[in-house]
Write a protein that binds this ligand. Structure first.
Ligand code: ARG
Length: 266
């Protein structure tokens, strides 16, 4: 089955405010370079990996809309639209909801006061939704979504400020494999991960690799696409039967994002 991925062109992308530790408005993204890097990722997915890439129109007032992972969490043809924690991203909620409705998806919205940042903070592994909380998503939204979609949700506390969305430190792969960075999680979350994912399927990114957003990977079949990282990590992926494609996403790291954040499987 062909994967369908939603992306948003970085026409209006920039570091216009600071809502995570990576963002510093005095360190701007280079517009031309950002455009080229996004195009490179787009072509890897569309042409090399034969993904059906759909595009949502970029809007001028929301420079982070390029990070479509935060649009919603998907459940079949249902999009549970995010409730962004910070006001700077809240206008995106209506833009994404509009796109999903226009494209034949069912749209579900959450209560106003319940922060939840979509697939940036909730990822499926073997039919279970692994969801991050504290920095950007309220734990109450996990229970709400579990009841709404009638699916099991496992809440994992994120304890390192640099890894403020669960997709910056956790990435389920084909066949039950998992890339993750243990130090981003509290002891209980680590215990849950270790008891649910067999050791041979856990691919641990070390501190250096995690700092390059290596866990923020796009997985298509047996291929993993990441920002530039270490030869050690490529060897590790290869030893587990995965091909590794690296593409420079330096301009997006300045906003606290990389490959996975720029995509949403729909
Ligand atoms: N600047 C964006 C924010 O802080 C980056 C979002 C990255 N997205 C992600 N899914 N991790 O919201």
């Amino acid at each position: 089955m062909t994967d369908i991925i939603l992306m948003c062109s970085p026409e209006h992308y920039g570091i216009k405010y600071e809502i995570n530790p990576w963002m510093d408005i005095s360190i701007q993204a280079n517009h031309e370079k950002a455009m080229q890097q996004w195009q490179a990722l787009y072509h890897i997915l569309k042409d090399d990996l034969k993904v059906d890439v759909r595009l949502v129109e970029p809007r001028e007032d929301v420079p982070d809309m390029v990070f479509t992972a935060n649009a919603a969490v998907m459940y079949g043809k249902t999009a549970v639209i995010s409730r962004f924690k910070y006001p700077q991203r809240q206008p995106e909620e209506a833009y994404f909801a509009e796109w999903f409705t226009a494209n034949g998806y069912d749209v579900v919205t959450l209560p106003d006061d319940m922060a939840f940042e979509g697939a940036g903070d909730a990822l499926y592994l073997d039919g279970v939704l692994y969801a991050g909380y504290v920095p950007r998503t309220d734990i109450a939204s996990h229970t709400y979504i579990s009841e709404l979609l009638k699916i099991p949700v496992i809440s994992m506390e994120l304890v390192n400020k640099s890894f403020y969305h669960v997709d910056t430190c956790f990435c389920p792969l084909t066949d039950g494999y998992l890339i993750y960075h243990p130090e981003a999680f509290d002891a209980y979350a680590n215990q849950v991960i270790e008891s649910n994912v067999p050791e041979e399927k856990r691919i641990v990114a070390n501190a250096e690799e995690a700092s390059y957003f290596t866990c923020n990977a796009v997985n298509i079949g047996k291929t993993v696409v990441t920002n530039l990282t270490t030869p050690r990590f490529t060897a590790l992926l290869n030893s587990k039967g995965f091909d590794h494609i690296q593409t420079d996403l330096s301009e997006y790291m300045k906003a606290g994002g990389a490959a996975k954040c720029l995509t949403l499987k729909i």
